[in-house]
Design a protein around this ligand. Structure first.
Ligand code: CO
Ligand code: ZN
Length: 333
């Protein structure tokens, strides 16, 4: 079932630069439906299905999640950390965390001088239940990366878990790839290192040279109490990106996606995101430029362990992506 696949993919371990565990989970879902599945030198996972039109469509969803990297282990066995990607120190206090080897820990902060809201990364630490540096080093070493321990659950039509950004869209891309009808070559690229500056998607697009690229990611919403104003409501449809701080989507691509949605009565919203970028920009600026657009899922509490999105939007995003892949005529510059 689609929801089971989402749960399995979002709960997998995979911070930036350490995506392989999550990649292998995704690979198992797409490999039976692909002509070829491979990794490039950066670790991007690429599933390819050949078509007959001679045109290439690239899908891009990032596998990496934010994390806490161990910078130092003290004499008492507490781990000091720095952020991998956009981690809020406040959101990272009093959390359960998990390392790649399964080691577990909890987070807290130096309480002597600071209040919880004043604590920054330097005040944060992870307790892995060790009484000395030696005991800690038996489980974890400097450079290891912790992620929020995943806990997937449902609230009515909403699902919540850490790493919905962007593993949720990896599941959406996998579902569309596995069930699509298309006459084009499709490259589903599950990218690395988006959270540290969209480092994986560009080289993948450079190698593939797509005629059209569609990235999928989460985006902010304007539907929670006293949040910053934004015209995206979770549950009102997947969004078609107009702009974020890294990209302006070409009008032809945006119109293409809009027509795909309207032709099949799929609800959609336009997305203008003030702050935050996506792989879309890295793909767009590859070689002599690539036509690239983005479908997003309005998600509450991004970069927290309780990222929350609507199954209605998720299912409609699969429909919209499949409708786009089915088109014979692709947008032009
Ligand atoms: Co993110
Ligand atoms: Zn993302």
């Amino acid at each position: 079932m689609f929801k089971d696949m989402i749960k399995t993919i979002v709960e997998a371990y995979g911070p930036s630069g350490r995506e392989r565990t999550a990649a292998e989970v995704i690979k198992a879902f797409v490999a039976p439906h692909a002509d070829k599945v491979y990794y490039d030198a950066l670790g991007n996972l690429i599933a390819c299905k050949k078509g007959v039109s001679g045109k290439k469509i690239m899908l891009a969803t990032h596998m990496d999640q934010i994390g806490l990297i161990v910078t130092h282990i003290d004499d008492k066995g507490f781990l000091r950390v720095s952020n991998v990607g956009g981690v809020s120190p406040t959101v990272s206090i009093a959390r359960e965390v998990m390392f790649e080897n399964g080691a577990r820990g909890v987070t807290s902060f130096e309480t002597e001088k600071k209040k919880i809201t004043e604590a920054g990364m330097p005040e944060l630490f992870i307790d892995i239940g060790a009484k000395s540096r030696e005991e800690a080093e038996a489980k974890v070493e400097v450079g290891d990366v912790a992620v929020y321990a995943p806990h997937f659950f449902e609230m009515g039509r909403f699902i919540t878990c850490g790493a919905l950004d962007d593993r949720l869209c990896c599941a959406i891309a996998a579902e569309a790839f596995n069930t699509m009808e298309t006459e084009h070559d499709v490259y589903a690229v599950f990218t690395v290192q988006e959270e540290v500056g969209c480092r994986g998607a560009g080289p993948a697009a450079y190698a593939i040279e797509p005629d059209l690229a569609i990235a999928l990611d989460v985006t902010a919403t304007g539907d929670t109490p006293k949040c910053a104003a934004m015209s995206v409501t979770a549950g009102n449809g997947p969004t078609i990106k107009v702009m974020d701080s890294s990209v302006i989507v070409p009008v032809s691509v945006r119109e293409f996606l809009k027509k795909c949605a309207e032709a099949e009565n799929i609800p959609y919203q336009y997305e203008v995101l003030r702050a935050g970028g996506t792989d879309t920009s890295a793909i767009q600026r590859t070689k002599d430029g690539v036509l690239a657009g983005c479908i997003s899922i309005g998600t509450r509490y991004i970069h927290s362990p309780v990222e929350t999105a609507s199954m209605d939007d998720i299912e409609n995003a699969v429909k919209l992506l499949k409708a786009a892949l089915r088109q014979k005529v692709l947008p032009e510059a």
